[in-house]
Design a protein around this ligand. Structure first.
Ligand SMILES: Cc1cc2nc3c(=O)[nH]c(=O)nc-3n(C[C@H](O)[C@H](O)[C@H](O)COP(=O)(O)O)c2cc1C
Ligand code: SF4
Length: 449
């Protein structure tokens, strides 16, 4: 419970709990020594790719021309994740200290925390904490909150940079460490982008030393991770465990499968290969998940029981990835759109077409990709089409044998007492051009108000 046990609702609370010691120690070291401490801890990014954090910081400090910036990625757009919002609600001060330490280490001129405008509670908590810390002189650089649109690509690191520069979150080709915020030749402005949970670990590492992280987890994935569990479980929630904890322990935390049913499939967010019942003992660390052909992602899991129709589940996630694709790269938008059409036709009880054609679409979706979104589409769709081939074939030309309405686990709030997340029920009305039916249905005089 290393991260979750430290809550603070005021700067005084935070300091009384030992907060601030990490920043103090960081400032007593040189920036390079701070980076070394983070490297020695073995911390790896918690935003999805698991990139070694110290190595990233070193690259930002050593490479490129111009100013440097730090961006905290608090967009949390992956379905079945809620951990970043929970961390911000519990302790915004520690996160801001993490941002301050990162800015000092890489030599940044200023820092940004980017989140969605719809995350009102988290934005308020951060704004309040930022004011208290600025007034107390506890920031190493100016830190600005940026509230962005409710699109998945806000969380893609270059989409986030675009929004900070006041444009739509359309991903760029060059990664932020190569071409960062406000870069204009000859200035490359290397920009560090780190996830909320990654940065929340940093003050502890500096305060206690690198071994603090290495006290749990595995050799190559040290520390704990916050895992979100949603779907057909008794108690939905966020649970902290050492990396390497088997998936079935997490399911037990969540009270097991609701109604005593069996697990049919577990989605590690929307961007990875789906796990099957025989894979529930997989240890949750980067290597073990890769070894079973999947990935840890942002540690969010949506579990579905054996009453679930695989066509409906596939349609729900593929539709999300199709809608959220920005369309800059035609194979991404067009192939995912074809996949959705195929699944919708199957769902309606039509013959729908060849499974092999759908598989070809799933493979082709990544052609010429600018960002990682279609990698998720490809992995997820192929794993379902191949893992449940028989069920897809049997569904063709007949009404659904196990009809059950599913709602995408796009999480908006958590009721800890009830052990339930609130899902965004309006999401199904979002269109592939990022408008929504509601907006289009309003009369012009209403839309202007
Ligand atoms: C489509 C897409 C959506 C993403 N959404 C998020 C997100 O909401 N939050 C996040 O931290 N990272 C997200 N990422 C990963 C970021 O691009 C980036 O790798 C991460 O913020 C780096 O932080 P880390 O090294 O601390 O993990 C997303 C990536 C992709 C391709
Ligand atoms: S790969 Fe897809 S989501 Fe990413 S930039 Fe291209 S079209 Fe947009």
């Amino acid at each position: 419970m290393a991260l979750l046990e430290h809550a603070a609702s005021s700067l005084d609370d935070y300091l009384a709990d030992g907060g601030g010691r990490g920043l103090e120690r960081a400032l007593s070291l040189s920036p390079r020594q701070v980076i070394e401490e983070v490297e020695l801890s073995g911390l790896r990014g918690r935003g999805g790719a698991g990139f070694p954090t110290g190595r990233k910081w070193k690259a930002i400090r050593d490479i490129g021309t111009g100013e440097r910036f730090v961006v905290c990625n608090a967009a949390e757009g992956e379905p079945a994740t809620f951990k970043d919002r929970l961390l911000i609600r519990r302790n915004p001060y520690r996160l801001i200290d993490g941002v301050s330490i990162a800015a000092y280490a890489v030599g940044a001129a200023r820092a940004y925390i980017g989140l969605k405008q719809v995350f009102g509670q988290e934005a308020d908590a951060l704004a309040h904490a930022l004011k208290e810390m600025a007034d107390a002189g506890a920031l190493t650089v100016p830190v600005q909150l940026v509230l962005g649109p409710d699109h998945y690509l806000l969380g893609e690191e270059t989409g986030m940079l675009e929004v900070i520069e006041e444009r739509e979150p359309l991903p760029r080709m060059a990664r932020p460490f190569m071409l960062g915020l406000f870069a204009r030749p000859p200035n490359e402005n290397p920009t560090l982008v780190n996830n909320v949970e990654t940065l929340s670990n940093v003050p502890h590492i500096l305060a206690e030393g690198p071994d603090w992280l290495r006290a749990s987890g595995t050799e190559s994935s040290p520390g704990t991770m916050l895992f979100t569990v949603a779907g057909d479980v008794v108690r939905e929630g966020v649970f902290e465990h050492p990396l390497g904890t088997p998936l079935n322990v997490l399911i037990e935390d969540a009270g097991g499968v609701a109604g005593g049913r069996d697990v049919k499939m577990v989605f590690p967010g929307s961007s990875n290969t789906v796990l099957l019942p025989e894979q529930l003992e997989t240890p949750l660390d980067l290597e073990s998940m890769a070894a079973v052909g999947s990935g840890l992602g942002a540690g969010g899991f949506a579990l579905y029981d054996d009453s679930t129709c695989v066509v409906e589940a596939a349609l729900m996630f593929c539709r999300f990835l199709y809608v959220e694709s920005c369309g800059q790269c035609p194979p991404c938008k067009l192939n995912s759109g074809d996949l959705v059409e195929f699944l919708e036709a199957l769902e309606r009880g039509e013959e729908a077409g060849e499974l092999d054609t759908a598989l070809a679409r799933a493979r082709g979706v990544t052609d010429g990709q600018k960002c990682g979104l279609p990698t998720g589409t490809s992995l997820l769709a192929q794993s379902l089409l191949l893992g449940f081939e028989q069920e897809f074939r049997e569904h063709a030309g007949r009404t659904c044998p196990s009809p059950r309405r599913l709602i995408l686990p796009k999480l908006v709030d958590h009721d800890e007492q009830r052990g339930r997340f609130t899902y965004d029920e309006t999401y199904s009305r979002k269109r592939a051009d990022w408008t929504s039916e509601e907006a289009a249905d309003r009369r012009p005089d209403e839309a202007e108000r």
